[in-house]
Design a protein around this ligand. Structure first.
Ligand code: F6P
Length: 347
């Protein structure tokens, strides 16, 4: 069936929340209303489309949300391809709600579903969000800058207490299988060692760097470690054996293990801080608000042009569109060039 004009669009936020979701929802709504398009907010990611849990987004609904963290639409990690019957319900509800198209704001999982749905004939456009910054085809996702700022401030604060007590502080940082937040915050915070999933670490080398540093009079150290980092030739450290709805392992615990081992091997008193969900909460940075706004506007423009199956992306300082399939095909991990810069400051 040939679509005449886009009149009703659905918007959802899926996966882990991050700062910048509300500015995106606001931008989509404001731009769509200007174009006389109705916006239907879908609650709690794909789950809201399966259960037909929605609310109209008008000017009032998006008023005052620009500086707010989280998402006014709620989110979930529901995967409509997991439970038999869910996909059929989802498609039926798209028809029942008379949605001409969908804007899915999410990370690799939510946009992975969007990409599959597009292949099955659903009109969809993706907007990339995640603190992890691990989506391909975009230089940055929103949420990342805020998380880096939070982690950097934490490292700055830990520096003063580490120095006073002559301790080693191990800081565990989120990011799943990508070390972007850890590398950026580690460089920005002047960490003495930065450990990321992309480069399994040699524990003896880590201890040697710390011992050498302490011998030269710097008797405290900051070690930042990504939750997905691992000891050379060992497996990931998991919080639980359970997996999420998309089959991902749930990472966590490397900080604790590493701190205990460092203290045992070096004899230096060591403490651990797990930043956890603090990195995802609260108000978005100005950078993330602007990026989220630009992404939202571009998503509506693509919708009006009926240029579906695309994800909006940042390339240099330009907002472009890329095929959804390419964006979710491969994880974007930390490049050697950046990590080599980080390593110059080790010890
Ligand atoms: O993808 C964002 C993220 O915060 C990861 O960095 C982390 O591994 C995961 O989500 C945590 O998920 P949950 O919110 O389900 O604990």
């Amino acid at each position: 069936m040939k679509l005449k004009k886009i009149r009703r669009i659905g918007v959802l936020t899926g996966g882990g929340d991050c700062p910048g979701l509300n500015p995106t929802i606001r931008a989509i709504t404001r731009k769509a209303l200007k174009e006389k398009v109705t916006v239907i907010g879908i609650k709690n990611g794909w789950k809201g489309l399966i259960k037909r849990n929605t609310a109209i987004l008008d000017r009032q609904a998006v008023s005052g949300i620009l500086p707010k963290g989280g998402t006014i639409l709620g989110t979930s990690r529901t995967n409509p391809y997991k439970q038999e019957g869910d996909l059929a319900k989802l498609k039926k509800n798209i028809r029942a709600l008379r949605l001409d198209m969908l804007i899915a704001i999410g990370g690799e999982d939510t946009l992975g579903v969007a990409s599959k749905l597009y292949k099955e004939g659903v009109n969809v456009i993706g907007v990339p969000k995640t603190i992890d910054n691990d989506l391909s085809c975009t230089d940055f996702t929103f949420g990342f800058d805020t998380a880096v700022n939070i982690a950097t401030e934490a490292i700055d604060r830990l520096h003063t207490t580490a120095e006073s007590h002559h301790r080693i502080m191990v800081v565990e940082i989120m990011g799943r299988h990508a070390g972007w937040i850890t590398t950026y915050a580690g460089i920005a915070g002047g960490a003495d060692i930065i450990l990321i999933p992309e480069v399994p670490f040699d524990f003896n080398e880590v201890c040697e760097i710390i011992k050498k540093r302490h011998k030269t009079g710097r008797d405290f150290s900051i070690v930042v470690v990504a939750e997905g980092a691992k000891f050379k030739n060992e497996k990931f450290i998991l919080k639980t054996e359970k997996k999420d709805a998309f089959g991902h392992v749930i990472l966590g615990g490397i900080g604790q293990t590493l701190a205990a081992e460092i203290e045992k091997k070096t004899g230096f008193e060591t403490r651990v801080t797990v930043l956890g969900h603090i990195q995802r909460g609260g108000t978005p940075s100005a950078f993330d608000r602007v990026l989220a706004t630009r992404f939202g506007i571009k998503a509506v423009e693509l919708a009006l042009e009926k240029d579906f199956g695309k994800m909006v992306a940042l390339k240099g300082n330009k907002i472009v569109s890329v095929p959804l399939k390419a964006a979710v095909g491969k994880l974007k991990t930390v490049n050697k060039e950046l990590y080599d810069i980080a390593k110059i400051f080790f010890g």
